[in-house]
Design a protein. Structure first.
Length: 159
C-alpha cells in the first residue's frame, strides 16, 4: 500500500484544528487508559491500520499492558476490562457504528451509570475525533508507522 497524499502536510491548517480538538478532549475528564481504548477500538472497527498502529504504540508508552491491547478486539469476552472500560468500549462501538435508530437507550443508560454528563460528552467527542482521523487516514491511505518520527517514536514504537 502506498499513501495517496499526505493530508497532514498538504493542509496544515485543518490538521492543526483537528489536533487542537483532539488535545482538548484529551485534557478533559477521562483517564488516559479509557481514551486509548476508545482510539484503538474505533480504529479497529473502521479498519484504520495507521491509527491502530499509532494508538497501540502510544498506549504501550503510557504503560498499558500488552495483553489488554490484544484483548481490545475481543473486549466482550475478555476478563481484563472493568465495568467502566466496558461501558466506554460499548459506547465507542455504538457511536462509531450508528444504526438507523441511533444509540440504543440501554447503551446510553449503561454509559450514564459509569460516566458523568461531562465525561460522557468527552467520551463522545473522543469517538467523534478518532472517527474523523480514521476516515482521513483511510481515504488517503496513510501508511502505518509513517508518522512515528513526528510523534517521537521509532518504527518499533519505542520513544
Amino acid at each position: 500500500m502506498s499513501q495517496r497524499l499526505d493530508h497532514l502536510k498538504q493542509h496544515p491548517e485543518l490538521t492543526a484544528k483537528l489536533t487542537d480538538l483532539t488535545l482538548s478532549v484529551k485534557k478533559g475528564a477521562l483517564e488516559k487508559a479509557i481514551l486509548s481504548l476508545v482510539e484503538i477500538r474505533a480504529s479497529q472497527i473502521n479498519g484504520c491500520a495507521f491509527c491502530v498502529d499509532m494508538h497501540i504504540k502510544e498506549a504501550t508508552l503510557q504503560g498499558e499492558r500488552p495483553l489488554r491491547l490484544h484483548h481490545v478486539a475481543i473486549w466482550r469476552e475478555s476478563p481484563l476490562f472493568d465495568d467502566r472500560e466496558r461501558a466506554a468500549l460499548e459506547w465507542t462501538e455504538a457511536v462509531t457504528r450508528l444504526s438507523a435508530d441511533g444509540v440504543p437507550d440501554a447503551i446510553y443508560d449503561d454509559a450514564r451509570e459509569h460516566f458523568s454528563e461531562r465525561e460522557l460528552i468527552d467520551l463522545t467527542y473522543m469517538v467523534m475525533v478518532i472517527n474523523a482521523w480514521n476516515r482521513a487516514s483511510i481515504a488517503f491511505r496513510s501508511v502505518p508507522g509513517s508518522a512515528d518520527k513526528a510523534f517521537g517514536l521509532d518504527r518499533a514504537g519505542l520513544a
